[in-house]
Design a protein around this ligand. Sequence first.
Ligand code: FAD
Length: 303
Amino acid sequence: MVGTHLALRLKETVRGEVYADEPMWRHTSFRIGGPADVLVIPEDTDDLVELLHVVADIQAPFYVIGAGTNLLVRDEGVRGVVIKLAGTLSDLARENGGVVRCGAGAHLPTLCRKAASWGLAGLEFAGGIPGTVGGAVAMNAAAYGSAVCEIVQSATALTYEGEHMALDRDELKPGVKATRVLEEPLILVEVGLALTEDEPAAILGRMQRCQEERSRKQPLSLPSAGCAFKNPTGKGAGRFIDAAGLKGMRVGGAEVSAVHANFIVNTGGATARDVLSLMEKVRDAVYDRFKVALEPEIRVLGG
Ligand SMILES: Cc1cc2nc3c(=O)[nH]c(=O)nc-3n(C[C@H](O)[C@H](O)[C@H](O)COP(=O)(O)OP(=O)(O)OC[C@H]3O[C@@H](n4cnc5c(N)ncnc54)[C@H](O)[C@@H]3O)c2cc1C
């Protein structure tokens, strides 16, 4: 009922899609999560700014997501408004000098393929990272020794009050699976990436090799949110989890993948409670054995 009321109020102003009591499992790669009071997919940046003004007026809490590939939404769902950017703000344009301007909601693997077809290299490592460009920059997504923020030239963000901000790479303050965007927080709406020219076939070949390795080493046939824990300095979290003998450990429908120990997979019907409880058991077991404190990489929303 709260959701319906809030949705009606937002529909008076917002031009994009507005859903009341929307199950969040539909919007996460984990396929887990209770309902958001309201989920909004704004039509464009102006619509997003209008939305920010309305939620401020009515003092509704809100959260920004991309494609939900790094998220665990709690079983109780999310009170307030979830603003989803995947499927909107998705323009991709090639500019002079190897710069590609991307809407924050653009699908990262689609961008990587497009850049390769334009003969622009630098994104090969990211071709298999699901999610949006905005999510990848906000999280400083990384693979095969490269991180997304290394190729960011500029970014446009909104403050939570709806003010525009221009940022360069250093101003994003990239860290390990972290940036200032998550800290403040800000909302990325556009990103400029600086790529270098190369032969499309050579770029595609390198991208394909990364993806083949990913298919061999990751449990891609089951829902997950990627790596559950950040890598402690110098060593993969998965190695500690594996060495502690935790592969295959289960709570309810959640399981430590036998393929990659740092992936928790939803084997069917897993709840957020199952995943959180399993993560706690893994953290405790790794700490007891190696005195290494694992930090979650998955972001938890709601409750
Ligand atoms: C099978 C699989 C493999 C994966 N492999 C990798 C990998 O190799 N490397 C890696 O780093 N990650 C990996 N991931 C995790 C995930 O795909 C990345 O972190 C991805 O970049 C998240 O993008 P998203 O759009 O889904 O963000 P979401 O999961 O929707 O959000 C993640 C965080 O970013 C914030 N956010 C999203 N969009 C914006 C925006 N426009 N402005 C401000 N904040 C925003 C959200 O608030 C949230 O805090 C993998 C996940 C899966 C399921």
